[in-house]
Design a protein around this ligand. Structure first.
Ligand SMILES: NC(=O)c1ccc[n+]([C@@H]2O[C@H](COP(=O)([O-])OP(=O)(O)OC[C@H]3O[C@@H](n4cnc5c(N)ncnc54)[C@H](OP(=O)(O)O)[C@@H]3O)[C@@H](O)[C@H]2O)c1
Length: 265
């Protein structure tokens, strides 16, 4: 994802948000909802589609997961997401990054995908960790944009690094997202960028409001994790908001969680 797209071998999907500005990426067509004129392609304005106003639930920001998976459900190739992505995915990812006030990421993903400082002014990236074992030498932290999200009883953060604390032993993710305003202007839209173990915690905490899922037209085999790894059984229903397709065969879907239906009695 780059502007120009960063194609260096160390650049994973997660880190290529320097992608084309709005309207420079014209190869995405909306296929759901069906465009008014079925014969015409619909050049989607990605900022229009992904920068929509989001109404945060009471007491916490709106949380959206953003992930890419292969046709056979893997989220990695050789331990990283980069080989799954392509220009369209990078453009969608960049539009979501422009829309988000804050980013949350698991420490393993921050390491694997070599997380760096965000492009959007004021945007902050919180690395979720119980150990605080992060590479503070990266510009994610030297820029001041990076911070840690840790349990109350976790070790001290590295000097000069902000920390949001919630929970004991493990981060209470629901509480943590409600406390992000301690280190920035209270965010409205928080984008969670994985990995699958962080996603499991967020899902378990009942605070995944939106899923932005890119499907790569690839079967990759291996035993890479799917979108969520280690989650308790759950049944949360999501409504499709749109599905886009590009010329490379990628699908980009946006889903919003349907409110839980009241139980009997
Ligand atoms: N396809 C995609 O879109 C995509 C997106 C993101 C990542 N990935 C891939 O996914 C892989 C990494 O994912 P992963 O699931 O192994 O790891 P992860 O979710 O990125 O990180 C797991 C780590 O996050 C911390 N953590 C998560 N929840 C926590 C909680 N409630 N309390 C305290 N700490 C918590 C822990 O860090 P500590 O061990 O420091 O305590 C844990 O070891 C990489 O290969 C990456 O490339 C793919």
């Amino acid at each position: 994802m780059g502007n120009p797209p960063d194609t260096s071998p160390t650049s994973g999907r997660r880190q290529s948000d320097r992608s084309p500005r709005p309207c420079q990426y014209h190869r995405v067509r909306r296929i759901f909802p069906v465009p008014d004129a079925p014969s015409a392609t619909h050049d989607a304005g990605l900022d229009e589609l992904y920068g929509v106003p989001r109404r945060a639930p009471e007491g916490r920001p709106w949380v959206g997961l953003c992930m890419i998976a292969s046709l056979d459900g893997s989220t990695v190739v050789d331990g990283r997401s980069g080989a799954l992505g392509a220009a369209g995915d990078r453009a969608v990812f960049a539009a979501l990054r422009r829309a988000a006030d804050a980013i949350l990421v698991g420490s393993a993903t921050a390491r694997a995908e070599k997380y760096r400082a965000p492009k959007r002014d004021g945007q902050r990236i919180g690395v979720v960790t119980s150990t605080g074992a992060v590479d503070q030498t990266t510009d994610l932290f030297s820029s001041g944009a990076g911070f840690l999200v840790m349990p109350e009883d976790g070790p001290a953060p590295p000097s000069g690094v902000d920390v949001v604390r919630a929970g004991t032993g493990r981060v209470d993710l629901g509480l943590a997202v409600s406390r992000l305003g301690e280190v920035m202007a209270p965010p409205v839209f928080v984008q969670a960028e994985g990995g699958p173990r962080l996603n499991a915690g967020l899902l378990g905490a009942g605070c995944v409001d939106e899923l932005n899922l890119s499907i790569a037209p690839l079967v990759v085999g291996g035993d890479g994790p799917r979108l969520v790894a280690g989650a308790a059984d759950t049944m949360q229903r999501f409504e499709p908001v749109h599905v886009l397709a590009d010329d490379e065969g990628y699908l980009f879907s946006r889903w919003v969680r349907r409110p839980a239906e009241p139980g009997p009695g």
